[in-house]
Design a protein around this ligand. Structure first.
Ligand SMILES: Nc1ncnc2c1ncn2[C@@H]1O[C@H](COP(=O)(O)OP(=O)(O)O)[C@@H](O)[C@H]1O
Ligand SMILES: [Mg+2]
Length: 476
């Protein structure tokens, strides 16, 4: 049943994309604005107004007539509800029309960007803007709920932001999300749409109330702050398991620069237990307003870019992608350290590790110098990589004014798998280089080696591989 429905929608989607439309009802199509999983949105001119209109077309497909009747009825009901909605942060719905094989909805055209453009670590918006935007979304959801409407599909793509930073919620009401909701099981099967923003009660298919929207908005907030989703998995079954059963990490553990206060807010928004979750949008908004943070001005953005450029120049990061460098910046602290300051002390336990960006440090063991490390050298990686022990085997002391990029190890453990893999490879490379240096020193102290009469590779017939003579075990 679910499979049949899915196929029906897929085919109808094909038809939408292949047919070129010139008018939709009384609206003249100007251009396509975008495609979602189940609909296409066009920028249109309206005969009744000078203002541009966004028209969303949802096609039913003839072979799903029974389904269509149900959808049609729902669509009509919800259209009436959506038209009732009146809030400055909710896109207006002008009319909804149901035709034989498709339905369309004319709504306020929002010129701006969707929050989806700012969900990646290298594209994050400054904190004060994120808080301002989500605050207004909370108030819009609050107002919608008081008018009896639940959104059910809050996600970054459904929050459009105008030039004046006013967020506008689009796709309100079940009618607009009808394919997604009525086809919930086929959504999972076909992989159309993702449960990433769905509340635990939503993935379980339970009855929903307004709290589902607050949860989804919490996921959006989490992503805008950290550049990643609270729950991630390689497949949907695991993702759903995690949404239902596991706790999201603290946002400060992923982005140590964030104010502590955000952790409690996200915990309440992402609360699985409905009784403990925020009761309404106003409560959520009130907590957001109380978060203490510094307004990030242009200076900080300039500083961020400067830091990025500094890392980009270091040989250690050559193999890192730009997006991974931005991720490093979010989980690190820049320390300007005076000369003769101990960063790591031999024998103590700590996970401090990082990169010398400017200056020099001395590595010593039992009061004797081992080496000096300068620009682009990594420090403290052994305890970081060691699977069980974080006891320090050497001391690290600054020799001059040193700029040290300290990477937060617990945050790195929660970073993207790509970054962790990249870091492990880079650190392993460094360790092998150093081990070779140390071996060279150790060998210099050794006894003279035996002289070989012949080289293994250079045309030797006696010791060629496959002759049965094991060189390593042969006595010297
Ligand atoms: N009212 C609107 N004004 C401007 N652009 C819109 C509007 N509604 C939707 N869009 C654009 O059309 C795209 C497709 O919308 P939709 O079919 O709802 O899918 P989704 O929300 O999953 O992206 C959106 O991502 C957005 O960029
Ligand atoms: Mg949408």
């Amino acid at each position: 049943m679910a499979g049949a429905r899915a196929a029906c929608y897929d085919r109808s989607l094909d038809r939408i994309s292949t047919r070129r439309m010139e008018t939709i009802g009384k609206y003249r199509v100007v251009k396509e604005l975008g495609k979602g999983a189940t609909a296409t949105v066009y920028l249109c001119a309206s005969p009744d107004s000078d203002l541009p209109v966004a028209v969303k077309v949802i096609r039913f497909g003839q072979d799903c007539a029974a389904m269509s009747r149900r959808l049609r009825k729902l669509f009509r009901n919800e259209e009436m509800v959506a038209r009732r909605l009146d809030h400055p942060n909710i896109a207006k719905v002008y009319e909804g029309v149901v035709e034989e094989n498709f339905a369309y909805l004319a709504m306020e055209y929002i010129q701006g960007f969707s929050l989806e453009a700012h969900t990646r670590i290298d594209k994050l918006l400054p904190l004060h803007r994120v808080i301002g935007i989500i605050f207004k979304c909370c108030m819009a959801l609050d107002s919608a709920y008081r008018q009896g409407i639940i959104h059910r599909d809050i996600k970054p793509a459904n929050i459009l932001v105008r030039g004046d930073d006013e967020p506008m919620l689009v796709d309100f009401g079940l009618a607009l999300n009808l394919n997604k909701n009525m086809d919930r099981d086929s959504t999972f099967i076909t992989g159309v749409g993702s449960p990433s923003y769905m509340s635990p009660e939503q993935v379980k298919g339970y009855q929903l109330n307004q709290k589902t929207d607050l949860y989804s908005l919490g996921v959006v907030l989490f992503q805008l702050l950290t550049g990643r989703l609270p729950f991630r998995a390689k497949n949907q079954a695991t993702l759903i398991y995690r949404i239902i059963n596991t706790e999201a990490p603290d946002v400060t553990s992923l982005n140590p620069g964030l104010p502590e206060g955000l952790n409690a807010i996200l915990r309440r928004a992402l609360e699985k237990d409905l009784y403990s979750r925020y009761r309404n949008g106003a409560e959520f908004a009130k907590d957001l307003a109380a978060v203490r943070y510094q307004i990030v001005g242009d200076d900080d953005t300039v500083q961020d870019n400067r830091h990025f450029e500094m890392l980009r120049k270091l040989a250690f990061f050559t193999e890192f992608e730009n997006v991974e460098l931005w991720e490093i910046l979010r989980i690190s602290v820049w320390r300007q350290i005076a000369p003769r300051v101990t960063i790591i002390r031999e024998g103590e336990s700590s996970k401090v590790f990082g990169i010398v960006v400017e200056g020099y440090v001395e590595i010593s063991i039992a009061g004797r110098t081992l080496c000096r490390l300068g620009e682009g050298e990594v420090v403290g990686e052994v305890a970081y990589l060691h699977p069980t022990s974080d006891e320090r085997s050497a001391s690290v002391v600054t020799l001059e004014n040193t700029l040290f990029l300290e990477i937060n190890a617990p945050a790195l453990a929660l970073a993207s798998e790509e970054l962790q893999e990249r870091m492990r490879t880079a650190l392993l490379g460094k360790m092998i280089d150093r081990m070779r240096d140390v071996n060279r020193i150790a060998a210099a102290l050794g006894t003279p080696a035996v002289e070989s009469a012949q080289s293994l590779m250079a045309g030797s017939t006696r010791a060629a591989p496959g002759t049965g003579l094991d060189l390593e075990l042969a006595p010297p």
